[in-house]
Design a protein around this ligand. Structure first.
Ligand SMILES: Cc1cc2nc3c(=O)[nH]c(=O)nc-3n(C[C@H](O)[C@H](O)[C@H](O)COP(=O)(O)O)c2cc1C
Length: 213
């Protein structure tokens, strides 16, 4: 990586897995994407929601009154600059497990962060509906959802029984998604980028609309 624009802190990319199934393909795909991010030297963490005792989001605003694992999840995502979200296609949308985890978080964890999306489906249609739903969630949280995304259709053909990816094109797409999230998280955290954003926020309002004579 080019160190001339070194960010002032280490870059972390986390991957949140939206399936609790013990042999989840979503988790396997996320691990491949995280290894793409690792190639660029960033720290990575797979957030396996089976390891968190979460409750349903009930809309309260005092998040600290939720169980400790909600705070742990929020802190781990908050400390990342890049976030990979992996979801299975469930009834034509994002899994409830992932949506609830996202509902337990807020702007604090997502605003200004790079987000990459992975959708997994058993059917031939792919997980495009889940991916579109997640893209909308990312926008709502003011995250930068990268244009690249990976939709894996008929996933049972793509991994073998031992969980090894058998499709090189999908492997490359997953690796590239991880690299892209890491790369843009890095650029976004660079000192010059931070300075640019500071100046941008102080810039006067665009006078567009005024007539010129
Ligand atoms: C509740 C539920 C709903 C599902 N809905 C769809 C669907 O709409 N389209 C589809 O292609 N597959 C659907 N599937 C299949 C999953 O996408 C598929 O099993 C996927 O591998 C699950 O992800 P995982 O391996 O990470 O657990 C559904 C599975 C479940 C359990």
């Amino acid at each position: 990586m080019d160190q001339t624009q070194a960010p002032d802190r280490a870059i972390r990319v986390v991957g949140v897995c939206g399936s609790l199934r013990s042999t989840s393909y979503t988790r396997m795909a996320l691990q491949v994407a995280l290894s793409g991010a690792q190639e660029l030297g960033v720290q990575t963490q797979l957030i396996d929601l089976r390891d968190y005792r979460l409750v349903f989001c009930d809309g309260r605003s005092d998040y600290e009154t939720y169980p400790d694992d909600v705070s742990r999840l929020r802190a781990e995502v908050k400390s990342a600059q890049g976030i990979l979200l992996g979801t299975p296609e469930y009834h034509g949308s994002v899994s409830g497990v992932l949506k609830n985890a996202l509902d337990l978080m807020s702007f604090d964890e997502f605003e200004g962060k790079m987000v990459g999306l992975i959708g997994i489906s058993a059917g031939a249609m792919g997980a495009i509906n889940a991916l579109n739903a997640l893209r909308t969630v990312g926008r709502s949280l003011h995250a930068w959802v990268v244009p690249e995304q990976v939709a894996v259709a008929e996933v049972w053909k793509v991994f073998d029984a031992a969980g090894n990816l058998q499709d090189q094109k999908i492997e490359q797409r997953l690796l590239e998604l991880g690299r892209q999230v890491a790369r843009f998280a890095y650029l976004h955290s660079a000192k010059q980028a931070q300075e640019f954003l500071r100046l941008w926020e102080q810039a006067p309002a665009n006078p567009g609309g005024q007539t010129h004579t």
